[in-house]
Ligand binder design. Structure first.
Ligand SMILES: Cc1cc2nc3c(=O)[nH]c(=O)nc-3n(C[C@H](O)[C@H](O)[C@H](O)COP(=O)(O)O)c2cc1C
Length: 202
């Protein structure tokens, strides 16, 4: 394996502040191509992606991201964030956190299914995992190409509102949104638990 690939994986961090410069088409296509090279269950490619670049839709999407993060902080967590922290987070979002020149929404696409009826649940899980693998490929290639990105899960908490805005094809189910652009911050690498805590060798 090329050491530089390992370096790419180890040095990626979520980026939440972006420059307004657009992501060039050829760069965006490379990221999307890398996404759909991900392993996918049954080679059935049950995924669909919506790329948002339109300024008006991006603005509405950003407004929804503010709402979804506030909802997460105040209504979803077992221990909600204290009001001052929520206030600061909301303020930072208003100031432009998560505002990106491009968003990529990833969907499970179950318009064509392959499993018998008692295993449709497993088919959905397989498809969700395939979309997740694609999104991760996109994050890594974005980082390798000098862009920054963050995977956003909170849209799932207000899925209907995001669907109303992005209008995915019938049968497509939102799994996550990547905010993508040239980084306007250099975030520190977030620590991880030691391997000894999360791995068991048998
Ligand atoms: C499934 C998933 C959902 C996430 N949702 C959000 C989100 O809604 N908002 C956000 O700011 N970060 C989100 N993140 C990014 C994580 O917060 C981030 O990956 C984690 O803190 C580790 O930091 P790192 O990516 O810089 O290593 C999400 C990541 C994943 C994998």
């Amino acid at each position: 394996m090329c050491e530089c690939f390992l370096e790419t994986v180890l040095s990626r961090s979520s980026v939440r502040w972006f420059k307004s410069d657009p992501v060039p088409d050829d760069v965006l296509l490379k990221i999307l191509e890398a996404g759909i090279r991900a392993p996918n269950a049954g080679s059935s490619e049950q995924w669909f992606f919506i790329v948002v670049r339109d300024p008006e839709i991006r603005k509405k999407l950003h407004d929804l991201l503010l709402e979804a993060h506030e909802f997460y902080a105040t209504r979803v967590l077992k221990t909600p964030l204290p009001p001052d922290k929520v206030g600061k987070w909301v303020q930072r979002i208003r100031e432009g956190m998560y505002l990106a020149p491009t968003y990529i929404a990833g969907y499970v696409d179950l318009r064509k299914t392959t499993h018998v009826v008692e295993f449709t649940g497993a088919e959905k899980i397989f498809a969700m995992q395939s979309v997740a693998a694609a999104l991760e490929n996109m994050l890594l290639v974005a980082h390798a190409l000098g862009l920054g990105a963050v995977w956003l899960g909170v849209p799932l908490l207000l899925k209907n509102k995001f669907d109303e805005l992005l209008k995915p094809p019938e049968g497509c189910d939102l799994q996550g949104i990547i905010a993508l652009g040239y980084p306007a911050e250099t975030p520190k690498t977030r620590p991880r638990k030691p391997l000894s805590e999360v791995v068991r060798f048998i």
